[in-house]
Design a protein around this ligand. Structure first.
Ligand SMILES: NC(=O)c1ccc[n+]([C@@H]2O[C@H](COP(=O)([O-])OP(=O)(O)OC[C@H]3O[C@@H](n4cnc5c(N)ncnc54)[C@H](O)[C@@H]3O)[C@@H](O)[C@H]2O)c1
Length: 437
């Protein structure tokens, strides 16, 4: 089975091509025939393609190839959906919401609008989402402001909206701030995700897709990260919270047969990107003539993924309700730090002032996503080269950010010390749709 590269619009359909000699799927058995395997016995949950009635049963097929190679890719669910997008005022959530509205779906957003970074950026994101909603059909978008951990609020939201599809992007993001304030990460990421899965199974949600992170690979010694790897050594509270979400997701799938997919994003960048992340910071600092810090000789390399590719992967996952899966979503190739800086210089049209500092302890020379599983089961592959992605991001920075938002980076992009406590967050929850932007 191969996928047409038609993007993640509802028209997407897998096509059979029996003449193809390089078929990636080696087993055409329906997913429901595939039993639990123990290929990843040290990584609970990553192996199960489909629930088995008999918990003691071994895999039907054993061999060196990873389980997903034996699985059948699901055809996408077509037609209209009402999707609950949590974190819909954030970078990724707002981008998914815009895509869903553009293709005709209905979207319910919930976001607490915390000040991890400047709230004006999130308000601007919501305005962009609202602009995507057709004026003659305003009911296709509802926005709520509130904490996903607020039980009363979220129960009322589910009762009022009855979403059948959940795209859970809300989280406290960022590695270093999680070391400063781990509790808020436990709250939003672990408790919040658990709460949403409780509601999702009670309200019969068809598919629960949530954002995990490449940071779960933090303690790994390898440089080409595959979902097969054991990720039992997270090196920050943020990474641990995402790994915990993956584990809890397996539990909800196991107990209630909730269809759950976790997506490990690799450094997402693009228009409206988070101001605490390197792609935004580099463009911002080079544009303003401020100094950049380069750790090491510039040869270290990372996998940067353009937002449109991530949105495409997320929507492909929403459309395919696998029983339980975890996928890497990355570009699948790395870019060195010095290449990164010179691409930014080219598109900004200004030379960077670079301060070279010694390698940071623990830095690894090359990290990159293995995206073959997402290709096999979702038909996902990134299409935007890094140079083109940075070009588009610089255009957005100059045409929209500088003109309409323009916040001083040094006070807004720290992501630390500005977080409201969850007690305060609870008090802003409101079951009334939030339209004050
Ligand atoms: N951007 C990346 O490079 C990247 C990489 C890996 C994983 N992720 C994950 O992707 C998801 C989206 O990331 P992003 O870059 O858009 O981050 P973001 O900070 O821009 O968006 C997250 C949104 O969630 C909201 N939120 C947080 N806690 C909440 C709560 N308790 N209740 C309601 N809303 C809450 C925030 O207000 C924010 O608007 C996150 O789960 C993040 O961990 C992102």
């Amino acid at each position: 089975m191969r996928f047409l590269r038609t993007g993640s619009m509802p028209t997407l359909a897998p096509v059979d091509d029996d003449s193809s000699g390089d078929e990636l799927m080696t087993n055409a058995a329906p997913a429901s025939n595939i039993r639990n395997t123990n290929h990843f016995s040290s990584c609970v949950g990553l192996s199960e393609m489909c629930p088995s009635d008999d918990e003691s049963s071994e895999s039907v097929v054993v061999g060196a190839s990873p389980p997903h190679r034996r699985a059948t890719a699901l055809p996408p669910h077509l037609g209209h959906k009402k999707v609950l997008v949590t974190g819909g005022a954030g970078f990724v959530g707002s981008s998914v919401a815009m895509h869903l509205l553009a293709r005709g779906d209905s979207v319910v957003i919930v976001d607490e609008m915390n000040d991890y970074y400047d709230v004006r950026i999130k308000e601007n994101n919501l305005r962009r989402v609202r602009d995507m909603c057709p004026v003659d059909d305003p009911g296709r978008l509802v926005i709520y402001r509130g904490d996903i951990c607020d039980e009363e609020f979220m129960l009322s939201l589910f009762e009022a909206e009855r979403p059948r599809w959940v795209c859970h992007m809300a989280a406290r993001a960022g590695v270093r701030p999680s070391i400063q304030d781990p509790y808020i990460y436990i709250h939003s990421n672990i408790r919040g995700t658990t709460h949403l899965m409780e509601l999702s199974h009670k309200f019969g949600v068809e598919n629960f897709v949530f954002a995990s992170s490449s940071s779960v690979y933090g303690g790994s010694k390898s440089t080409f990260f595959s979902e097969d790897e054991c990720v039992d050594n997270p090196v920050s509270p943020y990474a641990a919270s995402k790994k915990a979400c993956e584990l809890l997701a397996y539990t909800y799938h196991h107990l209630y047969r909730l269809n759950v997919t976790g997506l490990r994003f690799f450094t997402v960048y693009g228009p409206r990107g988070r101001p605490d992340m390197a792609p935004f910071k580099f463009i911002d600092r080079v544009s303003r003539g401020l100094e950049l810090q380069q750790f090491g000789d510039g040869s270290s390399s990372r996998d940067y993924t353009y937002i449109d590719d991530i949105v495409d992967g997320i929507v492909r996952a929403i459309d395919r309700p696998y029983p339980y899966q975890v996928f890497n979503l990355g570009k699948g190739s790395g870019n060195s730090l010095s290449e990164f800086i010179s691409i930014v210089e080219k598109h900004v049209g200004r030379e960077a002032i670079v301060k070279v500092l010694p390698d940071q302890p623990g830095d690894v020379p090359y990290t990159c996503a293995d995206v073959s599983k997402a290709y096999d089961l979702l038909g996902y592959s990134a299409t935007v080269p890094f140079d083109e992605g940075i070009r588009r991001t610089v255009r957005w920075y100059e045409d929209e950010y500088v003109k309409n938002i323009c916040i001083e980076p040094e006070t807004q992009a720290n992501g630390m010390g500005r977080a409201a406590s969850f007690a305060e967050i609870g008090s802003v929850s409101s079951i009334m749709p939030w339209i004050n932007f």
